[in-house]
Design a binder for this molecule. Structure first.
Ligand SMILES: Cc1cc2nc3c(=O)[nH]c(=O)nc-3n(C[C@H](O)[C@H](O)[C@H](O)COP(=O)(O)OP(=O)(O)OC[C@H]3O[C@@H](n4cnc5c(N)ncnc54)[C@H](O)[C@@H]3O)c2cc1C
Length: 318
């Protein structure tokens, strides 16, 4: 066995090799791709999502359930996806899972017909509201940013307690976008945003590219949220950002029920446990569904750095 310490060290893992893995993966047998994907995806069925959610709930961790799928090309798919989400909410609520839901608007036709997309998601939020639960609108690539903010504004006007949005710290516009939305913030029903770095490849004109720059803006955006009494979902696995967040929580004396940390299923469980052990609220994002293959390979193409994690998952057990 090759020495893990030397061979898999991310700092020396060649970018070329990551890119190569990312490009050949879509042509590999599904079974092989599943070997790494299963670490990050609950499974194909809702039973898988329920099983994983229950395990996390028993550790005091909340979940957000996400049906895999995005960028549909035919509007009929949007109707099917909506029906599936309505069924998922009924099923998950019956199973008494402590959590909420995340969705990607391009799965409901955002880039084909934004009005149809809005009507589809409105029905889903209406269903969520009937259970007094919450839908998080994920943020996708920069073609979607304005459309998703507009969508959120409309939904929030009708369902003030049941909908939230995601912001990406790598986008140069993010702080201004947050400021622009302050007209719909109230201290009784604070705006709830997940803050993440952002996963898509964006041009340098609109996005910060350097690790330090992205982290600096992440903490600036988070500080803005704390200063203005918003409810952040601090979505990162990056230890310096977690530590920076602790400092801001301390600085603004933010009570534990006014923010949460969020992580992706299967990623950095040690860091996750350390956050939970300090008494912070934690929510894990649980992707599931038949579209895991496309999702995994697309994510890899977008961010070949993940290839080093895949190699680890393939060769290092546990
Ligand atoms: C709950 C949640 C929801 C998200 N929603 C969105 C969204 O709506 N829109 C969007 O654009 N992005 C979303 N993201 C992705 C996010 O933007 C980042 O791409 C991702 O979280 C990696 O950034 P990081 O902050 O963890 O820092 P990084 O610097 O990328 O990673 C820090 C460390 O975390 C570990 N790590 C990170 N990713 C992985 C991985 N896949 N496998 C194994 N280890 C890993 C590594 O040890 C790495 O060194 C979400 C992330 C989370 C946690």
């Amino acid at each position: 066995m090759i020495s893990k310490k030397y061979y898999f060290c991310p700092s020396i893992f060649p970018a070329m090799f990551n890119k190569m893995i990312a490009s050949i993966l879509p042509y590999m047998p599904k079974k092989l791709v599943w070997i790494f994907s299963r670490k990050y995806i609950a499974g194909e069925t809702i039973e898988d999502a329920i099983r994983v959610s229950k395990e996390l709930n028993t550790q005091g961790i909340l979940v957000t359930i996400d049906l895999l799928g995005e960028y549909i090309t035919k509007l009929e798919e949007a109707t099917t996806n909506k029906e599936t989400y309505l069924w998922i909410i009924d099923t998950i609520e019956k199973a008494k899972i402590n959590g909420n839901y995340s969705l990607k608007p391009t799965m409901f036709g955002l880039l084909i017909d934004p009005e149809v997309c809005y009507q589809n998601i409105r029905e889903i939020v209406l269903k969520a509201a009937s259970y007094n639960t919450f839908i998080r609108v994920d943020m996708e690539d920069s073609r979607c940013t304005d459309l998703e903010i507009t969508l959120f504004r409309r939904l929030k006007a009708e369902f003030p307690k049941n909908v939230g949005l995601v912001f990406q710290a790598y986008l140069k516009r993010t702080l201004q976008d947050m400021k622009n939305l302050m007209d719909i913030h109230t201290s009784e029903i604070p705006l709830k945003y997940r803050l993440c770095k952002g996963i898509y490849i964006e041009p340098a004109e609109i996005a910060y590219k350097q690790y330090e720059e992205v982290n600096k803006h992440f903490l600036e955006d988070l500080e803005f949220m704390f200063q203005n009494g918003l409810y952040p979902g601090i979505a990162t696995h990056d230890k310096p950002l977690v530590e920076g967040s602790y400092k801001l929580i301390e600085k603004y004396q933010v009570p534990k029920e006014k923010y949460e940390f969020q992580m992706l299923y299967g990623v950095t469980p040690e860091l996750r446990n350390s956050i939970v052990s300090k008494g912070h609220r934690m929510r894990v994002y649980i992707p599931f569904g038949k579209q895991w293959f496309g999702y995994s390979t697309r994510r890899l193409k977008e961010n070949p750095k993940i290839a080093s994690h895949i190699i680890k998952a393939l060769f290092i057990k546990g």
